[in-house]
Write a protein that binds this ligand. Structure first.
Ligand code: ME8
Length: 532
C-alpha cells in the first residue's frame, strides 16, 4: 500500500563547507527517501542551510566578505556536494530565501497572537557556537564551556520575546509517554528528554537584540531579530506550506544529530502546539518521529581540525574517487552512528567493509552468475528446469520472501544496517546455493545442462530481488547491474525521483529466459591497498 512520506535533515550552518557529518545525515535521509519512492510512496525529502547564525557573520568578516556573500558561497558548496553525491532531495531550503523569511514572520506574528509570547529580559549563559541559551544548572554541569566545541560560555543580558515553554511540559510528557502522535527514538534519547522535562521547563527567548542586521526581524518590532533556532526549526514547515505541498505535513521523520535533540524534541513540538491552537492552523500537527543519531568520530578520536583527523570535503571526494560514490554511501549508512553509540570513520574499516560486502559478496556473486551464463548458455538467461539434488533448502521464493520481510521491518525501524544485511544475506544464500549445487561440475556431466539452467535462473532471480532491496543504498551500481541484466525498466521508472512498484517487482519468477546477461567490468573491483 502506498502513502506519503516526508523526511527531513537538519538544515546546516553555512559558516563553513560541508563535512562528513552533514553528508551522513543527508545520506541516511536519501536512503529512506529512495526506499519510500521504490515502494511507490509519494515522497518528499528536504535538506537545506541555516544561514542567520552569528557564526556566519563572524566567519564572513574573517574572510572579508558580507554575510550574504559568505552564506551564498557555502550554501552553494552544500548544494554542489549533495548533487555530486547523488542525493535525491526534492527541495533545498535556504533560510535567507524570501519564501522562508515571509513564513517565519507570518508564524511569528501568529505566536505573538496565540497568547504564549511575552516581552522579558534574559540574563544567563549563551553558547555562541551552538547559538543556544544554557540554563544555570546545565552551564555548571558543563563547567561553563560549550559541550560541543569546548569554548567558554558567554554571559548575556538582553531584552527578548519569550515563549511560554513552561506551559507545555505536561502535554509534552503525555505525548512522549504514549509515542503515538509524536515520538523520539532511540528510546534512550527519549528517556533523556523526558527526564529533563520532568526537571521543569523554563520559558525560552525567541528573539534577540543587538545581534545586528543579519536575521529576520520580529514583525512590528525592528529592534528584535527572531532567534536563529526559531527561524531554523520553522524550515520544516515553511517549505511545505504551499497549497500543493501541505499534504506532506506532518513530517514522518526528522533526522537529527544528538546535540540538537532539545530544540527538536521540546521547543519545536511546543511551538507547533501553540500555533495549532489558532483557528485555521489545525493542519500544523506534530512531526511523527524525531530520529536522533550519534556522532562520527575519526580514527578513534573526536573529529577536530587541529588533530587533523577531520573528514572534510577533500577527504570525502578522495573516498569517492578511489572507491566510488556507492561505496561511500554504503559505508556511511550501514556502519554509521544511527544508534546511541558513536561510529569510527577509519580507513581500514572502510576498506574491510568495501571488500567484504561489495567486492567479495555482491560483486563477486554477480560475476560468477554472469560468467557461467556466458560459458554455458551463450550469455542468455536459461529456462528453469529440474532442480539438482542437494541437501540444502531449495525453496528459493521462500528464502527471498524472508529476506524481503526482514528488510522491510528493518527499514521501517530505521535500522539501515540490518536492512542492507537482509539483502546481502540473500546474496550470500546465492553463493551457498552455488556451492551446494556445483553447476560447474554439473555442466561437465551428460544431460545435466537443464539442471545448470535451473541453478543459474534461480541465482539470477535471487540477485534481482536482492538488487531491488539494495538500490536505495547503491543506486548507481544497481542501475548499472539492471541495465546489464534486462531490468533497465526499473532504472527508468525510478529515474529523476520516479516511483517504483516494489511489491509487484519482488514477485518471484520475473526474470525472462533468453534475456542477455552482460558481464561487463566488475561492479566493485577488489580494493588493493597499494592504491591509496
Ligand atoms: O546544528 N557525526 O547545524 P550544523 C554525525 N543549523 N553527524 C554530524 C556530525 C558528526 N560528527 N557533525 C554534524 C546545526 N553532523 C543547525 C541545525 S536544524 C533546524 C538546525 C550532522 O551545521 C548532524 O545531523 O552544526 C547534526 O545534527 C548536524 O550535522 C549539525 O549541523
Amino acid at each position: 500500500m502506498s502513502s506519503k512520506f516526508y523526511v527531513t535533515t537538519p538544515i546546516y550552518y553555512v559558516n563553513g563547507e560541508p563535512h562528513i557529518g552533514h553528508v551522513y545525515t543527508t545520506a541516511v535521509g536519501d536512503v529512506l527517501a529512495r526506499y519510500h519512492r521504490l515502494k511507490g510512496d509519494d515522497t518528499f525529502f528536504l535538506t537545506g542551510t541555516d544561514e542567520h547564525a552569528t557564526k556566519v557573520v563572524d566567519s564572513a568578516a574573517e574572510n572579508g566578505v558580507s554575510p550574504q556573500e559568505w552564506a551564498d558561497r557555502n550554501a552553494k558548496a552544500f548544494q554542489d556536494t549533495f548533487t555530486r553525491l547523488g542525493m535525491s532531495h526534492d527541495d533545498f531550503i535556504r533560510t535567507t530565501q524570501d519564501r522562508h523569511k515571509d513564513k517565519v514572520q507570518d508564524y511569528f506574528k501568529q505566536l505573538l497572537d496565540c497568547g504564549d509570547v511575552y516581552l522579558g529580559e534574559y540574563e544567563g549563559w549563551y553558547d555562541a557556537g551552538q547559538e543556544e541559551y544554557i540554563p544555570e544548572n546545565k552551564a555548571k554541569e558543563f563547567g561553563y564551556k560549550s559541550p560541543v566545541n569546548d569554548q567558554p560560555l558567554v554571559r548575556k543580558a538582553e531584552k527578548n520575546y519569550f515563549f511560554k515553554l513552561s506551559a507545555y511540559g505536561d502535554s509534552l510528557l503525555q505525548l512522549l509517554g504514549s509515542g503515538e502522535v509524536f515520538d523520539v527514538r532511540p528510546t534512550a534519547r527519549k528517556n533523556e528528554v523526558v527526564a529533563r522535562i520532568r526537571e521543569g521547563l523554563n520559558d525560552v527567548p525567541i528573539s534577540r537584540t543587538g545581534s545586528g542586521d543579519w536575521g529576520i526581524k520580529v514583525p512590528g518590532d525592528d529592534e528584535h531579530t527572531i532567534y536563529v533556532w526559531i527561524d531554523a526549526l520553522i524550515n520544516y514547515l515553511s517549505t511545505v506550506d504551499t497549497p500543493e505541498r501541505r499534504y506532506y505535513w506532518p513530517a514522518d521523520v526528522h533526522l537529527i544529530g544528538k546535540e540538537i535533540l532539545w530544540f527538536h524534541a521540546v521547543i519545536w513540538p511546543a511551538m507547533l502546539l501553540a500555533l495549532n491552537k489558532l483557528p485555521g492552523n489545525e493542519w500544523m500537527k506534530l512531526p511523527r518521529l524525531l530520529y536522533t543519531h550519534s556522532q562520527w568520530i575519526s580514527e578513534g578520536k573526536k573529529m577536530s581540525k587541529t588533530l587533523g583527523n577531520f573528514i572534510d570535503l577533500a577527504q570525502i571526494d578522495h573516498y569517492v574517487e578511489v572507491f566510488g560514490l556507492d561505496a561511500l554511501r554504503y559505508f556511511l549508512t550501514t556502519n554509521g552512528p544511527l544508534g546511541t553509540t558513536d561510529s569510527d570513520f577509519a580507513e581500514a574499516k572502510f576498506i574491510e567493509v568495501y571488500n567484504t560486502d561489495l567486492a567479495n559478496t555482491l560483486g563477486n556473486c554477480f560475476s560468477r552468475v554472469s560468467n557461467m551464463t556466458g560459458r554455458y548458455f551463450d550469455g542468455r538467461l536459461p529456462k528453469p528446469g529440474p532442480e539438482p539434488q542437494t541437501g540444502i533448502d531449495q525453496e528459493h521464493d521462500r528464502t527471498a520472501e524472508h529476506a524481503v520481510r526482514d528488510y522491510h521491518r528493518a527499514m521501517q525501524g530505521l535500522e539501515l544496517s540490518k536492512a542492507a544485511d537482509a539483502a546481502m544475506g540473500l546474496v550470500r544464500a546465492v553463493d551457498g546455493y552455488i556451492e551446494a549445487t556445483q553447476p560447474f561440475q554439473l555442466a561437465k556431466q551428460d544431460g545435466k545442462l537443464p539442471e545448470v539452467g535451473t541453478v543459474l535462473y534461480n541465482c539470477a532471480e535471487a540477485l534481482r530481488v536482492a538488487s531491488l532491496l539494495l538500490w536505495p543504498f547503491l543506486p548507481e551500481k544497481i542501475e548499472a547491474l539492471w541495465r546489464r541484466t534486462g531490468c533497465g525498466h526499473y532504472a527508468d521508472a525510478l529515474a529523476d525521483r520516479g516511483k517504483g512498484e516494489l511489491d509487484q517487482w519482488l514477485t518471484w519468477g520475473q526474470c525472462k529466459p533468453g534475456t542477455e546477461i552482460m558481464k561487463g567490468d566488475p561492479l566493485f573491483p577488489r580494493f588493493q591497498p597499494a592504491k591509496v
